[in-house]
Design a protein around this ligand. Structure first.
Ligand SMILES: Nc1ncnc2c1ncn2[C@@H]1O[C@H](COP(=O)(O)OP(=O)(O)OP(=O)(O)O)[C@@H](O)[C@H]1O
Ligand SMILES: [Mg+2]
Length: 218
């Protein structure tokens, strides 16, 4: 699936026991297929927003929709929603250590019991696109940090999600490697056009996105 309109309407979110809400009526539309940087000071709620959009966390009131579909309430329905619509990647992609790079990329399909020949072909294509065709049979501990970051980005795209949610995906890398991985990120986005929220503390990287949203700015 390609990207669809992401619509966040009047979001209210307070963590249990917290004195102040993280979101007190926050709204945002992100156009279908847009690469949108999400910036703002530490603690402003960037990760919280990704977790809500991903259906990993709940909020008190307001709605989040991707295309026609609202993020559902029940944990079960949210897990299905995630599987269908969401690709997530974090600063430290937790690859499964006992599985090869190829197996890690196959895992979303293996979990569904739906690894077809066509999908294996797609994984091979993804491996080539991230420049790791020759590393398919390696284990994660035989990869560099930059290579792990590449696999993390690709794993989030295996199911061709409508939403690509990235929390500082290059935050753990040295500047030169971060730059290479970011170039790959731009290329993958251009090719697959998922609607993307990219959390970054790096203004230069944010400047290379189509749009920047600053949380906490009034
Ligand atoms: N599980 C939690 N329980 C209670 N409070 C939380 C929880 N997670 C985050 N918070 C609080 O919610 C606020 C927003 O946190 P969040 O992690 O979303 O910030 P952030 O913008 O991602 O920050 P950073 O740039 O440091 O990653 C912070 O005040 C944080 O302390
Ligand atoms: Mg965060």
């Amino acid at each position: 699936m390609i990207g669809q309109l992401l619509r966040i309407e009047d979001l209210h979110k307070t963590y249990p026991g917290a004195e102040h809400p993280v979101f007190d009526g926050f709204s945002l539309d992100v156009e279908a297929g847009c690469l949108c940087a999400l910036v703002g000071v530490s603690g402003v709620g960037k990760t919280t927003l990704l977790n809500c959009v991903a259906g990993l966390d709940r909020w008190e009131s307001g709605a989040i929709r991707i295309g026609e579909e609202a993020v559902p309430d029940s944990a079960e329905a949210r897990s299905l929603y995630r599987r269908h619509h969401v690709g997530l990647a974090f600063q430290l992609p937790h690859l499964l250590p006992e599985f090869t790079v190829r197996e890690n990329l196959e895992m979303p399909f293996r979990i569904d019991g739906a690894l077809t020949a066509e999908r294996e072909e797609w994984i091979s294509e993804l491996l080539a696109r991230i420049g790791l065709a020759d590393y398919a049979d390696r284990l994660p501990n035989q990869l560099s940090g930059g290579q792990i970051a590449r696999v993390g980005l690709a794993r989030a795209l295996v199911r061709r999600p409508a939403l690509w949610l990235l929390d500082e995906p290059t935050g753990n890398l040295d500047p030169a490697t971060a730059d290479e991985v970011f170039a790959l990120l731009l290329q993958l986005h251009e090719e697959l056009r998922p609607t993307t929220l990219l959390v970054t503390h790096n203004p230069e990287l944010a400047g290379r996105c189509e749009r920047t949203v600053r949380l906490g700015a009034h």
